[in-house]
Write a protein that binds this ligand. Structure first.
Ligand code: SF4
Length: 348
């Protein structure tokens, strides 16, 4: 049976330009691209009251309108946030995401600001990154490009990931990494990355993606993109998260890993990395999820979970120890058997 592979192309419903956005080429390019599109509302901000331009009386509708809103602005404070343990610093190019994954970490992180904001002062941001790299010499400094976003859906409009890859490709003391649930990475394939950028793909079984990861690329499109990235010489990795225990979970995660092992090229310069995170939630996250997705079928019954205090002072509901042990054993064995050059970073 032929499978229809559909690209996810982000067409915003409204674009809000902050006051200084048009002073930058990327801002002007976005404006020129959309100014004649009648169905897209263009708003030029004259104050800082951005949120009043995004309609919706309650969280449910603000969430949906926010996800269709592109804000074009600049990163004013150039002090980078730390990003432990995956990197030294966040690279603040974009915040927000067009996706509507029910368990998205941005639901709590960005709260009532679910819009996508792109920072068009890319050169200033990269210059600042250069200062951070110099400070840590001779050590290597790692920057994370997806700490508060999935940057790929807006890349055709900003080219900021492209610029970051080229920038970090030229610096032997820097590394760049980002993670995505999208597949539109063709514009990145020919770049001179010099192996300094690691592209990670967040994947899951088709039944989990179809049920909970609304407005993202399908499992097979993500796998196809990961193969392209690997063939283009990028170090690649897979974030399998969140892992759920459900009927047939072992069969379906096995199918996913088997497909990956069969289709990925074998002669890779770098091991394929795996990061595996079992499903967990906080009470705050649950409350927000149920406002944004009142009919959510996410398994969030406290009586079926174990409460665990996290390192940041708040607790979360995780699977019971026996289930976590089962997940660990399952993935260790599967990955070990199916992949030759691999590195399991963690299974939690
Ligand atoms: S794709 Fe990633 S960042 Fe976007 S909504 Fe889904 S989980 Fe969140």
């Amino acid at each position: 049976m032929a499978v229809l592979l559909v690209e996810i192309m982000f067409i915003p419903k409204r674009i809000i330009f902050e006051k200084d956005a048009l002073n930058y080429e990327t801002g002007r390019n976005i404006y020129d691209k959309f100014k004649k599109e009648e169905q897209i509302e263009i708003i030029s901000l004259t104050s800082n009251k951005l949120k009043q331009h995004i309609p919706g009386e309650d969280f449910y509708s603000q969430y949906r309108e926010g996800k269709k809103t592109l804000v074009v602005g600049t990163k004013k404070s150039l002090k980078f946030q730390s990003c432990k343990p995956s990197a030294h610093y966040q690279l603040p190019l974009i915040s927000g995401c067009i996706g509507q994954c029910e368990y998205c970490y941005l639901n709590t992180k960005l709260g009532d600001k679910p819009f996508i904001k792109v920072h068009v002062n890319v050169e200033e941001i990269l210059n600042e990154a250069h200062k951070y790299i110099e400070e840590r010499l001779p050590d290597i400094t790692i920057f994370e490009g997806a700490a508060t976003s999935d940057p790929i859906p807006v890349e055709p409009y900003t080219h900021s990931i492209e610029r970051a890859i080229i920038f970090f490709g030229k610096n032997k003391n820097a590394r760049f990494r980002f993670v995505t649930k999208y597949n539109d990475i063709d514009s990145l394939l020919e770049l001179e990355h010099n192996g300094h950028t690691e592209i990670r793909f967040s994947i899951n079984t088709s039944s989990i993606i179809d049920k909970y990861e609304h407005a993202t690329a399908s499992r097979d499109l993500r796998i196809e993109a990961s193969i392209k990235a690997a063939k283009a010489g990028y170090p690649i990795g897979f974030l399998i998260a969140p892992v759920f225990i459900y009927n047939n979970w072992k069969e379906e995660y096995h199918d996913l890993l088997l497909k990956l092992s069969k289709e990925l090229p074998k002669d890779l310069k770098n091991p394929i990395t795996f990061e595996i995170i079992s499903h967990r939630y906080t009470t705050t996250a649950k409350n927000i999820i149920l406002q944004a997705f009142p009919k959510s079928e996410l398994p969030m019954k406290e009586e079926e979970r174990k409460f665990k205090y996290g390192q940041f002072g708040y607790g979360k509901y995780v699977y019971p120890k026996e289930s976590i042990d089962d997940i660990k054993q399952f993935f260790m064995k599967e990955i070990d058997e199916l992949f030759e050059e691999k590195e399991i970073k963690y299974i939690i």
